[in-house]
Design a binder for this molecule. Structure first.
Ligand SMILES: [Zn+2]
Length: 140
């Protein structure tokens, strides 16, 4: 007895149509279906976080590329042309008139025209709990 060999054709998670082209692990037939699926299955807050994380991830990738190339200062417009979104940061501080921003562990100074002082920061572990429970003498 012979069996036909069936090649499994993936189907779109949104509309159920067969996905005729693209990678075999593709989940949607089109970007319209993908967007519709995420819109329907995720709350507004989840969608917002997803979008922000995606922007941060892209920003990080761009900044890290500069760091790996040994570049610590770049025209803002150059980064923006690569997809960098200046308004999305993980932290921001105004220090001595300068805007110091972070994208996770990458710190930089941002002006209206430049990104400078690009550097990776070392995280210092804060033990806030023990500080709260046992304030040291100099904090009182
Ligand atoms: Zn579809």
């Amino acid at each position: 007895m012979q069996y036909k060999s069936y090649k499994l054709t993936p189907v779109c998670l949104e509309c159920g149509d067969r996905i005729k082209y693209g990678r075999s692990d593709k989940k949607f037939c089109s970007s319209t279906c993908r967007n519709k699926f995420y819109y329907m299955h995720f709350s507004r807050s989840q969608r917002f976080r997803r979008k922000v994380m995606s922007v941060l991830s892209k920003n990080y990738q761009i900044l890290e590329t500069y760091l790996l190339a040994g570049v610590d200062s770049v025209e803002l417009v150059e980064a923006v042309n690569l997809g960098f979104v200046p308004s999305t940061v993980t932290s921001h501080q105004r220090i001595r008139g300068k805007d110091e921003c972070c994208c996770f562990d990458i710190k930089y100074i941002m002006t209206e025209t430049r990104i400078s002082s690009l550097t990776k920061i070392q995280f210092v572990s804060l033990n806030l709990r023990s500080k709260t429970l046992k304030p040291s003498d100099d904090e009182q």
